[in-house]
Write a protein that binds this ligand. Structure first.
Ligand code: FAD
Length: 400
């Protein structure tokens, strides 16, 4: 009997991580199909920030696994030039936001998630570039940090190839093939490819592709952008910072630069991406980068001396309840999906790949992921959600 064959659709970090997890557990026939080049979607545009300080028990437990796997990946991918940056992650809160976030501290303790509560003076003492307002509170995640997408993506792809994964770039999947209600393969560029399992990791293109099997998930995509400053004289002494009260996030970046990102809260949702859609078509609104610079300067006045030199614009995707959607597509056995990782898909990718590989090979996961299940939504509520046009600020808005 032939070894099982698994095809992954989408060569972003979720697809690559799934391929890596399958290959490292000995699955020999793993093919990854990417319509463009690996990383061409949201993944190469990400800030790469990760924190374990999420808002649901499943999310927290999943991120703990991601953080552990990032340490492992640092070892595995070092020969290819990647290393996890364990700079810590500072999550900042206004007094009103802090009242809400404080309620999660018992859950963080129950999940054995480390944290430190810092006032504005302590934050400035530790990271002198940061000058938060006196009434702000910081929740520091010592395990958090970031991954540099420009290092991580090529390193992971090279490692997957070395482990035997057949990565095909420029291969567009147009259809899934069913036999007696089960997915038995797909069509890529007119060619039929048979598979025992198909894993669909196509992010904002998900509903376009799932329409082929009559499935639509309650998720929405929004434009999101991040920038790199001119180089500073030396490495900026900073953790990754999710500065929600300032509507920005930032972190140190390569070549002594600072990466700064922010949302366009009033921007309407982006329609489900057509197969031919390319994220390079997206633009940030005129004047957005200047307003973002103004916001960062309130937190980090020194940034005024360092203009933005690079912009990357992409899509982030939210599900109706803000949790990722990951699991078997109930209407199409043999098909798995991993999508809607909000602005945290880079942070989720190691664990998402592991969970998808577990499901594809064992049919179960060690972590209870009912909260991520594709069939958790009531069909009526899901339809209503998909048919309502939203702006970014009306969607479930959580950071990383
Ligand atoms: C500006 C920005 C900043 C961000 N910052 C962070 C951050 O700091 N931390 C964090 O955790 N996350 C961040 N994110 C979110 C993160 O980038 C995404 O959640 C993550 O990259 C999603 O990965 P993916 O593999 O699902 O999607 P993608 O990287 O979009 O990959 C999907 C791939 O599928 C391919 N594809 C689509 N249709 C087909 C088809 N029919 N056939 C074959 N291939 C197909 C596409 O070409 C694409 O390459 C950010 C996102 C943006 C845009």
């Amino acid at each position: 009997m032939n070894a099982p064959s698994i095809i992954i659709v989408g060569g972003g970090v979720i697809g690559l991580s799934s391929a890596y997890q399958l290959a490292r557990r000995g699955v020999t026939r793993v093919t990854l199909l990417e319509k463009d080049a690996v990383g061409a979607g949201a993944s190469s545009r990400a800030g790469g920030i990760i924190t374990g300080h999420l808002w649901s028990k499943t999310g927290i437990e999943a991120r703990k696994i991601s953080l552990r796997l990032y340490q492992e990946l640092s070892e595995q991918l070092r020969p290819y030039g990647y290393q996890y940056q364990a700079a810590g992650c500072l999550n900042l809160f206004s007094p009103e936001e802090w009242l809400e976030r404080k309620k999660l501290l018992p859950l963080y303790r129950e999940c054995k998630l480390p944290y430190e509560i810092l006032d504005a003076a302590e934050i400035h003492k530790r990271w002198s570039l940061l000058t938060p307002a006196d009434d702000m509170t910081g929740l520091f995640d010592p395990l958090g940090g970031y991954s540099e997408p420009d290092d991580y993506i090529p390193a992971l792809a090279q490692h997957c190839r070395a482990l035997g994964v057949d990565i095909r770039e420029g291969a567009t999947v147009t259809e899934f093939v069913k036999e007696r209600e089960r997915i038995i393969g797909l069509i890529a560029d007119g060619e039929l490819l048979a598979a025992d399992q198909v894993i669909c990791c196509v992010h904002s293109w998900t509903n376009r592709l799932l329409a082929e099997v009559g499935v639509q998930l309650p998720m929405k995509s929004f434009v999101h952008q991040r920038y790199l400053t001119a180089p500073l004289e030396k490495t900026p002494p900073l953790p990754a910072v999710n500065a929600n009260p300032y509507e920005v996030y930032l972190r140190p970046a390569k070549d002594n630069r600072i990466l700064v990102g922010g949302e366009t809260a009033d921007r309407p949702e982006q329609e489900t991406a057509a197969l031919a859609f390319d994220m390079n078509e997206l633009r940030a609104p005129r004047g957005f980068s200047n307003s973002l610079r103004g916001k960062v300067q309130s937190l980090m006045p020194a940034i005024a001396q360092y203009p933005f030199q690079e912009e990357r614009v992409g899509l982030i995707a939210f599900s109706m309840d803000g949790e990722p959607i990951l699991g078997v597509v109930p209407e199409a056995p043999g098909l798995l999906v991993g999508t809607a990782f909000h602005s945290g898909g880079f942070a989720y990718n190691p664990v998402a790949g592991k969970l998808l590989a577990d499901l594809a090979t064992e049919g179960e996961t060690e972590l209870d992921i009912v909260a991520f299940s594709p069939d958790r939504f009531s069909p009526t509520a899901a339809d209503a959600y998909r048919n309502t046009k939203l702006r970014q600020k009306q969607a479930f808005s959580r950071r990383h």
